[in-house]
Design a protein around this ligand. Sequence first.
Ligand code: ADP
Length: 503
Amino acid sequence: MKVRTRVTASFVAIVVLMVVVDIIAVVPYRLILSSSEGRAAVDQAALAVLRVNVDVYAFTGPLAAATSSADVRRLKGEAAVLRGAFGGDVDRAERLIVSSTHLAGDATIRGALDAIKAGLPFQLDRIVALAAAGDWPAARLRLAYDVPPLVDISSVLVDRLESAVAHEREAADARAQGARQLFVVVVIATLAALLMAVGLAWSTTRAITKPLAVLEAGAHALARGDFQHRITLTGSHELAGLGSAFNYAVDRIGELFAERERAEEQLRRSQADLAHVTKITTVSELAASLAHEIRQPMTAAMTDVKTSLRWLSRDEPDTAEARAAATRAVQDVTRATEIISRIRSLFKQDDQQRQLLDVNDVIDEMVPLLRGEAHRYGVSIRADLDRGVPPIMADRVQVQQVLMNLMLNGIEAMKETRGHLIVMSRASQQDVLISVSDTGVGLAPEHGDQMFNAFFTTKAQGTGMGLSISRSIVHSHGGRLWADANAGPGATFSFTLPIADGR
Ligand code: ADP
């Protein structure tokens, strides 16, 4: 399953669980509410009926007194008071019974109430009418025989309501018990929902964090330079794809690293070759190089010869030791001779290696070669080439050497400041012009042209040979090499090389 689908499904499941639990929780709430409402209605109705019962009981006493006194006015007054109190109470009891769902359907209660409601005012009217007609004995008889059955009905009504109240109370208790049990269910359901939510969240989080940990381990291995480390992501197609993409990227980075190492090795070799050729190019350089290289074997030879002489000039000459020392001296001198002939052979080769050359090719080779060195100091290199320059007749390695000297000097001049190096080629009537501009420290006017002298340097690690060798190479090809201060910061070093004959 996709990670996104999984996360969405988890959230939907959690929301649904919560809604279900809420719905379950509503049921006991409604049960308790309806049972308390039902009880209150029955209780109120019972109270109202009790009042009616009291009215009915209160009927006989005052009326009996009034009929005994045979005072019609008093009887009428008592009857009016009783009727008023009874009418209000019986209406209220009827209203409450009708509105109570538990009592409204009880025919006995309704019947009893109707009988009292109609019977009592009727008897009252009859008694008052008999008294008004002066028939007091008949009025008393009616009061003694027709009213007590109504009192009995009222008592039945009260009994009935009492049992209804008791019944309702029991039902309410049963509902409350049910609600309590439902509450337990709600608590259990809530806990279950919580547990499920935690489980879902845990499994979803794990589905995300587990591949992240694998990726992190892969990234660490990559940072350590371990290009063999492979990762496997499972759980979904996306993750499996991500794992393969990561492994592919590691492969590619490994290849690029290997390529870069090969290129760096190549660059180191090229620089070493060029440095070596630089060392032995000009006569003055040759002299310095020769002196340095053969000083060590010649000094050794001198020591060996002196040792040999000492062994021979003893009172008892030790010819064996003398021979050994002389043999070492011969080996030293042979080494010195080899050095000289190696340098000579290099010179001879130089003469043979002049060829038709497109200077743009040399620049195109040199720019990427020095780009790494330039990047180290935050220097950018740009080539601005005239692709129509005619070929020249020159020694490729020596032209490379001149260009490399000028470009390295330019980069070094921008070491502290960063900046841009521009290598340019242009053609004129007889020459090809190559110039190298930098935005570095610039030329010191007091040094003038001295920088082209051998051994002139302003650098702590400098040899002061680069420009002098470059100038002699350019001169030997029939060209010129010079330096100009830029209008802005930096300097421009330019050299010309004559166009090959026949062009
Ligand atoms: P090195 O680089 O060993 O000092 P060079 O003969 O190549 O020998 O240069 C001689 C001197 O010329 C440098 O020490 C420096 O003072 C000056 N120089 C060469 N190139 C530049 C340049 N692009 N900008 C400023 N000064 C330069």
